[in-house]
Design a protein around this ligand. Structure first.
Ligand SMILES: *Cc1c(COP(=O)(O)O)cnc(C)c1O
Length: 413
């Protein structure tokens, strides 16, 4: 058994072993799993990999930190069920996700709902479900209070704060400057005054500043500033802060040269910061909400070579998978520069004979490019192309209706 890491030039930090040249997932060869699934293309997620990732977080983070799963990264119900046994809360971004989270054993007060533009119907369901509403605006607060009165339920609310700082080195910035997310920090004190006059159960603050960050120093700095901000804002709160959600943003390595996040450094820094936070906010649970980091590396996307096509000196592997299933791997999910995800030929991981190929899907658009001039084991028709690091923002972040091909299957093994 060898570790894929040593054999690949890619930034693969996968836990999947290789036996007899074949990738193993869920304790079985990929070829066997493909037979079990009934064909390609499909996503496979490794239950043990997810559990190990949560264990890694628990090992390095102070035990007082509450871990929440931001389920939009991968809302597959089986994964959310599994996750509910491992984490302390679930963050949802829609009523659809809320339904999946409520189907788990997770207590409703440990489920929170963030996102702009929540409408009255969605808010009413969430209030009735007794989850925590992360309010994105003052207008939303007024609506929640009205709906609570009507339903005769006192809603649990937190204020999502748009901080006055940015998360540096973040792949996607979601806080700082002018943003559609949260309430500008300088407007929060007034909002808190108003909140105190409404029939709302104030829970605390939520600060989420960005996504896909591999720079531990940047995250440490954001944590420090987030605590400062939370403590400062708490002075205007109508009741003690019970929850301070400091966001997440932990990234995973996708591209050559990217290194895994130094989680130990982040954990040590939190250990160092927590005593002061506890003194200032003695009743507050400190929450970290992570999506990508918890699931990305535990998932693969598998498609099959349908044809080897030659065009003016280049080799194209035409596959039955593509952009409609895995938008992010084609570089079209908000990436500025297209880079290849780690890819391998799953049933010929380490063949001596290599070939530089482009991997394309069946869509009639040049954007349908899963791999651009990648060196892989030489593949024939029928071989299995595997895109690694595919457990987050995969199927549900892809335009699956585009061109009307069938949906990819998803399995948790
Ligand atoms: C998307 C999102 C997350 C998860 O982000 P990841 O980068 O996947 O960890 C967490 N919190 C909020 C509010 C989000 O919108």
């Amino acid at each position: 058994m060898i570790d894929v890491r040593q054999k690949s030039k890619h930034a693969v930090s996968t836990q999947f072993p290789v036996i007899n040249n074949c990738l193993q997932i869920g304790g079985m060869p990929l070829t066997r799993l493909t037979q079990r699934v009934g064909g390609t293309p499909f996503y496979a997620y490794d239950r043990q990999g997810i559990s190990e990732r949560i264990a890694l977080l628990r090992k390095h983070l102070p035990e007082e930190i509450h871990l929440h799963y931001a389920m939009k990264a991968n809302p597959m119900p089986a994964i959310v069920q599994h996750m509910a046994n491992l984490v302390d809360g679930i963050d949802v971004a829609s009523v659809g996700e809320m339904g999946v989270a409520l189907d788990t054993i997770m207590q409703s007060e440990r489920i929170s709902f963030a996102g702009p533009g929540k409408n009255a119907k969605e808010l009413s369901s969430a209030i009735a479900a007794n989850i925590v509403l992360n309010m994105e605006s003052e207008q939303e607060m007024e609506l929640i209070a009205q709906l609570g009165n009507k339903l005769k339920i006192r809603p649990n609310v937190a204020i999502r704060v748009n901080p006055d700082f940015e998360l540096k080195s973040s792949g996607m910035k979601m806080g700082g400057g002018a943003k559609q997310f949260g309430v500008d920090a300088e407007c929060v004190p007034l909002m808190l005054k108003r909140l105190g006059n409404l029939k709302l159960n104030f829970v605390g603050f939520h600060v989420f500043s960005g996504s896909q960050n591999l720079n531990a120093d940047a995250i440490k700095e954001a944590h420090e500033k987030t605590f400062q901000l939370g403590i400062e804002l708490s002075q205007d709160a109508p009741s003690p802060v019970k929850m301070l959600n400091i966001g997440g943003g932990f990234g995973v390595p996708y591209f050559p040269g990217e290194k895994p996040l130094n989680i130990a450094a982040i954990g040590n820094h939190l250990k160092h910061l927590l005593p002061d936070v506890k003194r200032a906010l003695p009743e507050a649970q400190i929450v970290l909400e992570l999506g990508r980091y918890m699931v990305a590396e535990a998932g693969i996307y598998v498609c099959r070579v349908l044809e080897r096509k030659y065009s003016r000196g280049q080799v194209f592997l035409v596959t039955d998978g593509g952009l409609h299933h895995h938008l992010a791997a084609t570089g079209n999910l908000g990436q500025i520069i297209r880079k290849n995800y780690p890819i391998m030929i799953g049933n010929k991981v380490n063949n001596c004979e290599k070939e530089t190929v482009s991997i394309v899907g069946p869509l009639c658009t040049p954007l349908d490019l899963l791999g651009d001039s990648v060196e892989l084991s030489k593949a024939e028709v029928g071989d299995l192309v595997v895109i690694m690091q595919s457990g987050a923002y995969g199927r549900t972040a892809s335009p699956t209706a585009f061109l009307g091909h069938p949906l990819p299957v998803e399995v948790l093994v």
